[in-house]
Design a protein. Structure first.
Ligand code: GTP
Ligand code: SPV
Ligand code: MN
Length: 599
């Protein structure tokens, strides 16, 4: 036995008694174990091994078409008091939900192996890191968790005999009768539950094998459960990328940015600045844990060890550093297969291949009229393979954050960038953040929804209380120095429907303005919504954007903002009394400024 941890042994024994797997395997996290599991998944028809010369030690997986994204309507947050969960979460009585789920788990791993995955969110042993143990009947989950987190014996050792861990139970919900042939992607499409019990804390996931539904360290632990811990303990668990930006003089600042799912975090985290002399380095692309240090500086770690990145749209043009990360040791989910054993997705190359096997395992040609890769196709890649990882990306002390960005897909109204003059107003801007929905979650795409701080699907408690937690942060440490808050929008469209801003590497031009605002060297002009770049303050040298587009990108249409106000008020109304009064006052003041400007 590898551990004497009584609580862990009981967790495993109880789950095994309930789920009744044929075998239990404690994952050590080794290369050898990984190789064995991948070979087993190839033999089972779940993994397709890619051509070794093109993508060494890499595999393609095609999921059940009914299991391709996070399922927000099947995600539950279950404190005993529903008020705690808030209107932003689906709540169930924890006792009743556990009873119902126990019935589903009863015998659910028959014919399968239960894998025990001890994992660390954050560098093993770091004072900021937290440990979880995921029990799963999916090899796909094991090999993905091995890339996305730190797993295995080293974590068990850090846990010792009495360390704390979050219990994570996962099953695809597809037991096998004796002799029954398995399917490539077992799941229980009609009966998914992604349940969180913050008071335990524990996570019970059933029925889905995909991404955030099944890799429980990510959204379930590092955001939903961690946000409740952060609130109690005075830190922040956020859906943010972290990047380091160095100016031509060699000065460096770290920036965090909260954009909703599939709205550009991975791309910004790895950007190649088009501005000469500027350097960007990646700390993380999805999740950010921030704590004050003794001097009152907010410092951030990336609790993950890999990227679960949106594949479609990723190319040498849009995100060369992601492409350079994908040479080996990756898992590709719902991408298309080329005849020579490589992967492909929409916009990877200018010319699509003449023939492919689509993510639905069907023969595909450019005339097929359907997408070859699923819009939420993903690559799972080790962060250490990314050529622009920041030297401090695994520093247990974290990196100091100078600026926080909010943003999303806003085809109209919201300018390219602007600055909040205070933490309080910046927090207010975060609470009215909205974006068009994307394929990252099941449901409709392209519908504008309010997604405060990009955390609507990930906040593990009442969002009104979450806003209050943000407002309380400056008082959480003596001499607290808060990052400056900015709002950005890469997705503004012209009347003809094209993006007005080139985005990607050219976003460095906006980052430069932000960097220099923090330094006090860039100019801004006041507007009813905040501080806008002064004319000429965004460096457009060598950029091919017409002056008229630039002017539109940096304009504030008070009338258009006023048209949004009823929707913002309706959004606030959903949270009732939980919305801090200070934020209502900020909203009233904004309305008054807009009305004055519109007159
Ligand atoms: P999650 O992993 O779901 O949290 O997504 P993410 O926020 O990391 O989004 P990602 O960077 O993967 O981008 C998603 C999509 O947005 C991709 O199709 C990108 O090509 C596109 N995108 C990213 N940055 C830009 C940009 O600056 N401009 C435009 N027009 N599109 C962008
Ligand atoms: C997101 O949807 O924000 C993701 C992908 O990062 S998933 O891991 O599926 O949540
Ligand atoms: Mn994400």
């Amino acid at each position: 036995m590898k551990t004497n941890h009584p609580h862990l042994l009981k967790f495993v024994a109880d789950a095994a008694a309930l789920c009744r797997p044929d075998a239990i395997h404690w994952c050590d996290g080794s290369e050898e174990e990984n190789r064995r599991l991948c070979n087993q998944a190839v033999a089972a028809g779940t993994f397709i091994r890619l051509d070794e010369a093109k993508r060494l030690n890499s595999f393609l997986v095609m999921s059940d078409p009914a299991d391709v994204a996070r399922v927000e309507d099947r995600t539950f947050v279950c404190p005993s008091d529903p008020r705690e969960a808030g209107p932003n979460n689906n709540w169930r009585d924890p006792v009743e939900l556990k009873a119902a789920m126990r019935k589903l788990y009863d015998g659910c791993m028959r014919g399968r192996t239960m894998y025990v995955i001890p994992f660390s969110m954050g560098p093993i042993g770091s004072p900021i890191a937290h440990i979880g143990v995921e029990l799963t009947d999916s090899i796909y989950v094991v090999v993905n968790m091995r890339i996305m987190t730190r797993i295995g014996d080293a974590v068990l050792k850090a846990l010792g005999d009495d360390g704390e861990f979050v219990e994570c139970l996962h099953s695809v919900g597809a037991p096998l009768a004796p002799g029954q042939q398995d399917v490539p992607w077992p799941c229980n499409a009609e009966n998914k539950y992604i349940s969180h019990f913050p008071e335990d804390p524990s996570i019970w996931s059933y029925g889905s094998g995909y991404g955030g539904n099944a890799l429980l360290g990510k959204k379930c632990f590092a955001l939903r459960i961690a946000s409740t811990m952060a609130r109690r303990q005075g830190w922040m668990a956020e859906h943010m990328l972290i990047l380091g930006l160095t100016n031509p003089a060699g000065e460096k600042k770290y920036i965090a940015a909260a954009f909703p799912s599939a709205c550009g975090k991975t791309n910004l985290a790895m950007l190649e600045p088009t501005l000469p002399g500027w350097k960007a380095e990646c700390v993380g692309d999805d999740i950010c844990w921030m704590k004050f240090d003794d001097s009152g500086q907010l410092r951030a770690i990336n609790p993950e060890a890999g990227f679960f990145g949106v594949a479609p749209g990723t190319s040498m043009k849009s995100n060369p550093n992601a492409m350079r990360t994908l040479h080996s040791n990756c898992i590709y989910t719902n991408c298309a297969l080329t005849p020579d054993g490589d992967i492909w997705w929409e916009d990877m190359t200018d010319e699509p291949p003449a023939e492919l096997l689509s993510w639905k395992r069907e023969k595909w040609t450019p005339d097929s009229g359907v997408k070859a890769a699923n819009p939420n196709a993903r690559y799972t890649a080790p962060a250490r393979q990314c050529p622009v990882m920041d030297p401090a990306w695994e520093d247990p002390a974290g990196v100091p954050i100078s600026a926080i960005l909010f943003g999303g897909r806003r085809p109209a109204t919201v300018p390219l960038c602007f600055e909040a003059p205070s933490w309080q107003y910046g927090t207010f801007l975060g609470t009215i953040q909205a974006s068009e929905t994307t394929a990252a979650a099941a449901g409709s795409v392209g519908v504008l929804r309010y997604d405060p701080m990009a955390m609507l699907p990930f906040c593990g408690y009442n969002m009104g209380d979450y806003f209050a937690h943000w407002l309380s942060m400056p008082g959480r440490a003596p001499n607290a120095r808060m990052p400056r808050i900015f709002f950005v929008n890469w997705f503004r469209k012209g009347e003809d429907g094209r993006f007005l801003w080139p985005g990607f590497g050219d976003n460095s031009r906006v980052l430069k303005w932000i960097f220099e605002r923090v330094d006090g060297t860039a100019d801004a002009v006041e507007s009813p919504i905040g501080l806008l770049p002064a004319p000429g303050a965004i460096d457009t040298a060598g950029l091919n954007v017409p002056d008229a587009d630039m002017a539109e990108l940096l304009s504030v249409d008070a009338g258009a903002w006023l048209q949004d106000l009823p929707a913002i008020r309706a959004h606030y109304a959903k949270f009732g009394d939980a919305i801090p009064a200070i934020l209502r006052k900020e909203l009233d003041d904004l309305e008054a400024r807009l009305q004055a400007a519109a007159r």
